[in-house]
Design a protein around this ligand. Structure first.
Ligand code: FAD
Length: 379
């Protein structure tokens, strides 16, 4: 396993649960931070529970998330509750610094897992004898299967020649944390402005994550003054933060929209962001990574692991990607956001159903033609 972020760690833990012996390499030491919106969508809770990790995350103070509030600056947002599915409704706000450290700790204590942090994988290949080989900073390792979970800009996917993207228009994320003396608001909130969105959610105690998701044309504003421009934009579009204190560094990441020409071939598998990532706007990257991790481990015991994983991966990602593309269309045009908000006031179920498509709960056919027309015309 290459990478011990949520996808790689979960894939290792699921594989070990299935009886495999696993080696995990990560180039960083833990705890380490990762720029992220830090909302675990409800569809990610079952895999977490199956790994016996949900209680630990809850007792670490992860606040519940009821749904998403969408709005325009200075206007009252509309609330779109998460859909209920298999008794699951709430997501969780998870501070990545603690969440990823907890996963790494679990890797370190598992009897079937050998975890090597601070060990970079430099290459991966399948030899002529059909054995997969990982070249790490500490030497070569041969394995029956290799899962590559090294994140959005996966260097190993690139070395395999499987990278597609990034596709324009390029988008970037700029992320920081704030503390606020106010009760925890259990909603993810997205405020749409021209060329960017402010994305915020509670993570732990009175901390809130606030991210800016920006199109390329707004990035010039941050040249040489990332932190001060970030602060200005957040406080202008979300005046509540004028009384909040910013804590820790501000980090930038992107561009997004990477895909892979294949996600499994010759005993090498891509899991999580390494297997493709559209955009943070749907906030389902971690949940999807956890579900791919479970599919990867399940495929190992089949007679055709690569084929089974490719099929499962497609099932898990096809519709969520289409929902992300749709929301991106909306985000590009404030007039469309306005119509979406009007449509929501008339038929509050439509956006909840759309979130359900994004979580992989059901297909697009759950939304009626009438609801589609209303969503895009507001009438
Ligand atoms: C701005 C932003 C906001 C987001 N908001 C949300 C959200 O609200 N909810 C959500 O679910 N998702 C969100 N996402 C997506 C989410 O962050 C990712 O989907 C998630 O982190 C993917 O996990 P991963 O394990 O696949 O990759 P990562 O978390 O990136 O982990 C990859 C790991 O691989 C290691 N690694 C890299 N290269 C090597 C190498 N060569 N050798 C060894 N180790 C290596 C890294 O050190 C790292 O630990 C957001 C993303 C961004 C950028």
């Amino acid at each position: 396993m290459i990478g011990a972020g949520p996808s790689g760690a979960a894939a290792a833990l699921f594989a070990a649960q299935g009886g495999q012996r696993v080696m995990v390499f990560d180039k960083q030491s833990f705890p380490r931070d990762k720029p992220c919106g830090e909302g675990l969508m409800p569809s990610g809770r079952l895999p977490l529970r199956e790994l016996g990790l949900e209680d630990a995350v809850l007792s670490g103070g992860a606040p519940p998330l009821n749904g998403v509030q969408f709005g325009l600056p200075g206007r009252e947002p509309v609330e779109v509750p998460f859909p209920e599915h298999d008794g699951e409704r709430a997501g969780l706000g998870i501070r990545r610094l603690g969440f990823d450290a907890r996963l790494a700790e679990r890797l370190g204590h598992h009897s079937r897992i050998q975890f090597s942090p601070q060990t970079e994988a430099r290459d991966v290949r399948t030899d002529a004898d059909g054995v997969a080989t990982v070249i790490t900073a500490a030497g070569e390792v041969r394995a029956r299967f290799v899962a590559v979970a090294d994140g959005l800009r996966s260097a190993l996917r690139h070395r395999l020649g499987w990278t597609v993207g990034p596709r324009p228009p390029h988008r970037y994320g700029i992320v920081g944390h704030w503390t606020m003396d106010a009760p925890v608001d259990p909603w993810v909130r997205i405020t749409f402005d021209t060329g960017l969105e402010v994305y915020e959610g509670p993570v732990a105690g009175n901390q809130r994550m606030v991210g800016l998701l920006c199109y390329q044309e707004r990035m010039g504003e941050f040249g040489g003054r990332l932190e001060s421009r970030y602060r200005e934009i957040v406080q202008a579009l979300r005046p509540e933060f004028r009384n909040a204190e910013m804590i820790g560094p501000v980090s930038a990441v992107g561009p997004f929209w990477y895909q892979a020409s294949t996600v499994a071939q010759d005993r090498i598998f891509l899991v999580g962001d390494a297997s493709g990532f559209t955009d943070p706007i749907t906030a389902e990257g971690i949940a999807t990574g956890l579900r791919q991790a479970r599919a990867f481990a399940g495929a190992l015991s089949s007679s055709s692991p690569e084929r089974d994983y490719r099929l499962a991966h497609r099932r898990l990602t096809k519709d969520p990607r289409r929902v992300a593309s749709l929301l991106l269309r909306l985000s590009r045009t404030p007039a469309l956001v306005e119509r979406g908000i009007r449509a929501h006031r008339r038929a509050p179920q439509t956006l909840t159903k759309l979130l359900g498509v994004g979580f992989g709960y059901w297909g697009f056919d759950r939304i009626t033609p009438r609801e589609w027309v209303r969503l895009f015309t507001g009438r």
